[in-house]
Write a protein that binds this ligand. Structure first.
Ligand code: PEP
Ligand code: MN
Length: 338
């Protein structure tokens, strides 16, 4: 259930409701502070709670059941859209967030060239994997923690926000100390222990859709992070596995308006992993923005031919510059800035 507090209800009234819920074993109250009112989501088997008793507390406006299984991710609980803010960059606002950079951090020079180029083109978020989830154990696995600090340094030098994938619960503290946005990769979308741990971290998390996950499972995975008290969650559609083999994955653009309908969380699209082909990245980026996506994640490499990871799908710097130019009129058409 959710408890909707009255507009501008004072802190002590909110505290009293939170403390009351905590008295029940197995129930956890999660406060969601909006600009006007606070909503308290009750997590756990709420049948033990008497609605009328809670409704009688001062400051409570109404008590309502939440029909969706994803309670905190649902727009029923929080109608206002979530805007994730990191170092002056907003994701989920009227400015489209562009995350760009190489698939993997390879060396300082590669990263420096990529960071400088994407910044110049207008991207504000630098991507680069240091821990790479590879299908075969014999391909490049990433530079690990050394790669993380390299990404941190490049982002700092070029005034960019950083994003990098975390694969192991043991790296949460380290990553949270060095990286601005923690990325959960498609293969770990249902690694529930990892979701819980990043939920405890005080850093925004970008959750990618699993290769065979339904949208419901995707939102329930986000729910794991939210239920730990971390409300800075960004969703990323990166394509799913289907019988189609013309593209690396089948990029589901409909996810964008579907998520917008049922959730308040920002959603971005990754057409690089979604298609696996550079010539499809621009048209699918345009489609994503037209469909209402809050941002894009694009793989860009100074020299795709020599990339150690996902060489086939990376855009060159020139391609990336052209992509941004092509996005401008689309962004404008849907009332957004780039
Ligand atoms: C990535 O973005 O580096 C990545 C591995 O993507 P995904 O988890 O979507 O495959
Ligand atoms: Mn990649």
């Amino acid at each position: 259930m959710i408890i909707v507090m009255q507009r501008h209800a004072p802190k002590d009234q909110i505290e009293r409701v939170l403390n009351e819920i905590k008295r029940y074993e197995g129930l956890n109250p999660v406060p969601l502070h909006g600009t006007e009112r606070t909503v308290i989501a009750v997590i756990g088997d709420e049948r033990i709670l008497d609605e009328r008793h809670i409704a009688s507390f001062p400051g409570v406006s109404k008590v309502m059941p939440v029909l969706h299984p994803y309670k905190l991710a649902s727009r029923e609980t929080k109608f206002e859209r979530t805007v994730v803010k990191i170092k002056g960059v907003s994701i989920g606002s009227d400015t489209i967030a562009i995350m760009a950079g190489p698939c993997a951090v390879e060396n300082e020079e590669q990263l420096d060239i990529a960071a400088s180029a994407v910044r110049k083109a207008g991207a504000m978020i630098l991507r680069g994997g240091a821990f790479k989830p590879r299908t075969t154990p014999y391909s490049f696995q990433g530079l690990g923690r050394k790669g993380v600090t390299m990404l941190e340094a490049a982002a700092k030098k070029h005034g960019l926000v950083s994003i990098s994938e975390i694969m192991d619960v043991r790296d949460v503290d380290f990553m949270a100390n060095h990286i601005d946005i923690l990325q959960i990769g498609a293969r770990n979308m249902q690694n529930f222990d990892l979701l819980k741990e990043v939920g405890k971290a005080k850093k925004p998390v970008m959750l990618k859709r699993g290769l065979s996950a339904t949208i419901k499972e995707f939102l329930l995975a986000a729910e794991y992070i939210l239920a730990q008290g971390n409300q800075d969650v960004i969703l990323c559609e990166r394509g799913i596995r289907t019988f189609e083999d013309e593209t690396r994955n089948t990029l589901c653009i409909a996810t964008v308006p579907i998520v917008k309908e049922i959730s308040h969380l920002p959603i971005i699209v990754d057409p690089s992993h979604g298609t696996g082909k550079p010539y499809l990245v621009t048209p699918m980026s345009r489609a994503a923005i037209a469909a209402g996506a809050d941002g894009l994640m694009i793989e860009v490499h100074p020299n795709p031919d020599s990339a150690k990871c996902d060489a086939d799908q990376a855009l060159t710097i020139d391609d990336f510059n052209n992509l941004i130019k092509e996005l401008l009129p689309i962004a404008k058409a849907v009332g957004k800035k780039l």
